[in-house]
Ligand binder design. Structure first.
Ligand SMILES: [Fe+2]
Length: 1043
């Protein structure tokens, strides 16, 4: 039909002798002001109509729009809406949708009839946040109560119909405007909501709106417009027959619509709205559905793109229920004050839909049994965690290659306890349509607020069993994909839409929070603010709060300090430090380091094999200019015939340089100095200290201390170096370089990768608890009055200044162990033979790298696949731009902004997995062993560093160290931070089977074998060591940063 189509109704009326101009004048008589009894009258008349509709509905499955065809898809709100911002249609928001097309009156598609499109903004059979019920026709031949009554009367017969058409020129006009004879497709028509609603924008301003749905490529003209004959004979022949030459099947529109989805095809519509401001005293005319709004004055604005992927099974379509009352809070169907008011049309539609659906439910129980069916055995595991169970009705829908089943209720009802108890496996035999090869399961929970922590789900059909790993909390509704990992470009449009919906939901629960000049993190003040999926699990939470609860912390703190006070008033000798362990909440035993802490051999060994293994670097060429150490000063250690230069050239001299602490403020009464320590690999391969300079500027009052000094001078110098190193360890190496830099990868992963993505499956167990521990850490560790304030010399503000300084120098490449070792010139095992952090770390690094590479190779065939994986690019893109802000004075952080090759992706993933597991273990779990005995590694010094030789005594050393409160705090803090939880998952363990692909299972098994070999190798080495190095034993490495 072309644009020259005309609505001839006025001409036809005129030809039949009607005074059309007079009719037009009277077509909308003034609406009487509502009187006292208007409300009562409205109610009575509505009830009358309701009875009539109920009676008719009871005798028909549907009163109107009887034969429908449904489809499933998504609606995506346009990215740049021209309509007022509101909290429902937000830019880029994606909704699952169901749509149903039907004819208004007749089941024969070939006759003249009004056609409809009902759009539900949810993938459910009834309910949902918004239903739009639309018909062909820019306006409607009834617009208030009396005109509805006229319309109903017209249904009695041809005579009544003709009388109706001649009663009001707009009746005829809009009847013609909305009718379509034998259109080529439902997808070629435009559909109008035919009711004026109010939309409240984010500024609380109201707008009148009307919606329409049009083909995405709409040319402005509908298919199937009635020709002159149809228009003239509207009252005579419209309901009689199809056109004689139309030999198509009566339901050809259904077949045609279904055919649009063949071979992965999709149907595209655009949802639009017209809007008018609501102003006080607005004429009621704005609600008059007997008039279309002028599109030149009120242009149609794009709301959303609607893409349909697949026709619904006829049984499922049959059960769909739409209701104009399903509206979001920002869209209102205004109340009507009287039966004559234009707003009564909305009032009546709301009332009548409810009654019609009730009649259907009574008569037909809504559900038609499946016309064909197979048996599905559905099994669901409820995770054994506190409140993991669920009590209430559940409906499942199976998605398959041939469509989807209807909603199947899981019948299970217990008198006591949850229907799905924690730790239980529940099985159901379900009969439903055969939907082919299964690829997803949708769960809908009736008790929307109650979460359900679901583990693995299994569906068996025809002897074939497939797995759907969930392993997350389900609220209200969730679609769980088949366990096989896929990349987006290998998915169908429908599967891609489900990915989009999942990411959208997770973006809402994973908002970014920028943190001035530090890596960004999840927005949450308290652990309880986090989404349930990100909170610690049951055991971990219990452990965490048992150990970290402030009250208990304070209780143990009191216990220790008061207990100690009973033994001695002030610490007077080193043996007193042992007393603290008698009141220890943990092991009640003094760490073995207390036996040997004063020896140089132990002091050096700890820098190599202790709790902070990344502070040393080899001296290359010469010493720093500000460390003027003479050969004479170190003669005692090096021996008479060797010069420092010889030893540097031989690669045996190493340095710990704390220059990054220069200018960092300390808490009142506490001291730290940017010390430098020089170490040496001696002939026995021991790593021993050569000299210590306590400040960066050499000078008379900054002597270089060596083992040749008095025992106490040298011991105090070593303590100051250790104290400086402790600040760097806690804030930089531990907090920043593991906890804080890993979190952005997790936040972005949860926002950008769906669970079916192989990288999500790989990273999730490594990143899942980091947001939880960091949220707690930001409040309780580095926040005001936090543990850092209590235990560190640079606490109470300096520590924040220091994190920022460290972040300004952060280089992502340092998360790669080989790169970091090379940077520090400590890769060569022949020069530095007992550096077990390096040796064990490289074994782990290589195993992780192999594992990641093999896994990625299953899913990415080429570099092009990486480049074309939009999800992985969005993931790393967001990490780059939001996760790691690049401030003006920062070095280049080298965080990738995209991946162009498989190798780049594998390297980055290896660094993330390694840092969140092995690196954190190496930096975290040695804390108790070395910090618990305070003099070995004080985190606070109460006196400035010594400046003259020979003045230090044991008493002055003890006065320099922390008092009983600081000793207690340090002991408790490192005990808390070094303890593993009972439900810890270790590297190589996969209790949550995210990967179910056989190829991936093979790669996992190989990784586990590799780790077993590494474990054996470390154990064998350790058998010969005085102090075994155990922090990088795979069985001791938690998978994620959780403490
Ligand atoms: Fe930690």
């Amino acid at each position: 039909m072309t644009s020259d189509w005309r609505n001839l109704s006025y001409d036809i009326l005129a030809e039949s002798g009607e005074d059309v101009e007079e009719m037009k004048k009277n077509e909308f008589p003034p609406i009487p002001d509502p009187g006292l009894l208007s409300g009562v009258s409205l109610s009575l008349k509505t009830n009358l109509l309701k009875s009539l509709f109920f009676y008719r509905s009871f005798n028909n499955r549907r009163l109107t729009h009887t034969a429908g065809i449904g489809a499933i898809g998504i609606a995506t709100v346009v990215s740049d809406p021209k309509f007022p911002p509101n909290d429902f249609f937000t830019p880029e928001r994606v909704f699952p949708v169901r749509l149903r097309h039907a004819n208004l009156t007749l089941s024969d598609d070939r006759v003249l009839d009004v056609r409809s499109a009902s759009l539900k903004f949810a993938n459910v059979e009834e309910g949902g946040p918004l239903d739009l019920i639309m018909n062909t026709g820019r306006a409607c031949p009834f617009w208030n109560g009396p005109t509805v009554k006229d319309f109903m009367a017209s249904k009695a017969g041809k005579k009544e119909l003709k009388e109706w058409l001649h009663k009001n020129s707009s009746y005829y006009y809009w009847a013609i405007d909305g009718s379509r004879r034998a259109p080529s497709s439902y997808s070629k028509l435009s559909y109008y909501s035919q009711v004026t609603m109010e939309m409240i924008d984010n500024e609380c301003t109201s707008h009148h709106v009307r919606f329409r749905l049009i083909p995405a490529d709409y040319c402005g003209h509908d298919d199937g417009r009635p020709d002159e004959r149809d228009q003239r004979n509207y009252a005579e022949e419209w309901d009689v027959v199809r056109a004689e030459n139309d030999t198509r099947a009566p339901n050809y529109l259904h077949a045609e619509f279904k055919g649009l989805f063949a071979n992965g095809g999709a149907v595209h519509y655009a949802l639009q709205l017209q809007r008018r401001y609501v102003a006080p005293g607005d004429s009621l005319e704005v609600y008059n559905m007997g008039r279309a709004w002028d599109p030149d004055r009120h242009p149609w604005l794009d709301v959303a793109r609607v893409t349909l992927f697949r026709a619904l099974h006829p049984d499922v379509t049959e059960r769909l229920q739409f209701n104009v009352a399903n509206l979001p809070s920002c869209v209102v169907l205004p109340e009507a004050p009287s039966f004559e008011d234009y707003r009564s049309i909305g009032h009546l539609r709301r009332a009548l839909y409810a009654v019609v659906q009730k009649a259907r439910l009574w008569k037909f129980n809504s559900c038609a049994p499946p016309s064909t069916g197979v048996s599905y055995r559905f099994t669901v595991d409820t995770v054994d965690t506190k409140q993991g169970g669920y009590d209430g009705d559940v409906h499942v829908i199976f998605f398959g290659s041939e469509g989807e089943t209807g909603a199947l209720k899981l019948h299970k009802s217990r008198m006591f306890g949850d229907d799905f108890g924690k730790g239980e496996k529940s099985s159901f035999e379900l009969k439903a349509e055969d939907v082919g090869e299964l690829w997803a399961v949708q769960l809908t929970l009736a008790n929307k607020a109650d979460g359900w922590f679901i583990g693995m789900m299994t569906v068996e059909k025809g002897g074939v069993s497939v797995q759907f790993p969930c392993f997350h909390w389900v609220y209200e509704q969730a679609i769980i994909r088949l366990g096989k990992a896929t990349l987006a470009f290998n998915d169908s449009p429908e599967q891609q839409a489900i990915r989009a919906l999942e990411k959208q939901a997770r973006r809402e629960m994973t908002p970014w929070q920028e943190w001035c000049s530090m890596p960004s993190h999840i927005r949450a003040t308290l652990h309880a603010d986090l989404a349930r999926d990100y909170q610690f699990g049951d055991e971990k939470t219990a452990d965490f709060y048992m150990r970290r609860d402030e009250g208990r912390f304070n209780y143990f703190y009191k216990l220790i300090t008061e207990g100690v006070a009973k033994v001695f008033k002030e610490i007077q000798g080193y043996h007193h430090y042992n007393t603290f362990f008698h009141f220890n909440v943990g092991q009640n035993k003094v760490p073995s380091v207390a036996e040997r802490w004063q020896s140089d051999r132990e002091f050096g060994r700890q820098f190599l094999q202790g709790h902070h293994p990344t502070s040393i670097r080899r001296v290359v060429g010469k010493l720093p200019y500000n460390f003027p150490l003479s050969d004479e000063s170190v003669r005692m250690v090096l021996g008479r015939n060797v010069t420092l230069k010889d030893e540097i050239d031989a690669g045996r001299v190493y340095i710990v340089d704390c220059k990054s602490l220069v200018g960092i403020p300390t808490a009142t009464g506490r001291h730290v100095t940017p010390a430098m320590g020089l170490f040496y690999v001696n002939a026995s391969n021991d790593f021993v200290p050569l000299a210590i300079q306590l400040d960066q500027q050499p000078g008379l009052h900054n002597p270089i201390w060596t083992p040749a000094d008095t025992f106490n001078d040298w011991l105090l110098a070593k303590m100051h170096l250790r104290c400086a190193d402790a600040q760097i360890h806690q804030i930089n190496s531990h907090l920043l370089m593991t906890h804080l830099v890993i979190e952005p990868f997790g936040v972005s992963m949860f926002r950008n990768l769906p669970r079916v993505h192989p990288v999500f499956k790989l990273l999730c167990p490594h990143l899942r608890y980091t947001m939880a521990i960091n949220t707690i850490g930001r409040a309780k560790l580095v926040g005001d009055q936090g543990l850092a304030d209590q235990v560190l010399s640079i606490g109470r503000g300096g520590h924040i200044v220091y994190i920022k300084r460290c972040y300004s120098n952060f280089d992502f490449r340092r998360l790669s162990l080989p790169y970091d070792l090379a940077e520090r010139n400590v890769s060569d095992a022949s020069l530095l033979p007992t550096y077990y952090y390096r040796d064990d770390g490289l074994l782990i690094w290589n195993a992780v790298h192999r594992f990641v590479a093999d896994l990625i190779a299953i899913y990415y065939a080429s570099d092009d696949d990486v480049r074309n994986d939009d999800e992985i690019q969005e993931w790393i893109g967001e990490v780059h731009t939001i996760g790691f802000p690049q401030n003006d004075d920062d070095v280049d952080h080298h965080v990738p902004s995209r991946f162009d090759a498989i190798d780049d992706l594998v390297d980055a993933l290896t660094a993330i997995v390694f840092t969140s597991s092995a690196e954190h273990a190496a930096q975290n779990f040695g804390q108790y062993d070395y910090y618990a005995y305070y003099p070995n590694a004080p985190m606070t010094m109460r006196q400035p560093p010594p400046s003259t030789r020979g003045a230090t005594t044991t008493k002055s050393i003890i006065e320099s160290l922390g008092g009983t409160d600081q000793v207690s705090f340090q002991l408790l803090t490192v005990w808390l931070l070094s303890t593993k939880s009972r439900d810890e998952v270790y590297l190589g363990q996969f209790p949550e089977a995210h990967f179910v692909d056989p190829e991936a299972r093979v790669v996992i098994a190989k990784f586990q074998e590799d780790l077993k070999e590494i474990e054996a190798c470390i154990d064998e080495r350790n058998r010969h060591l005085e102090v075994p190095y155990t922090y990088l034993k795979p069985s001791e490495i938690p998978k994620s940063i959780a403490v």
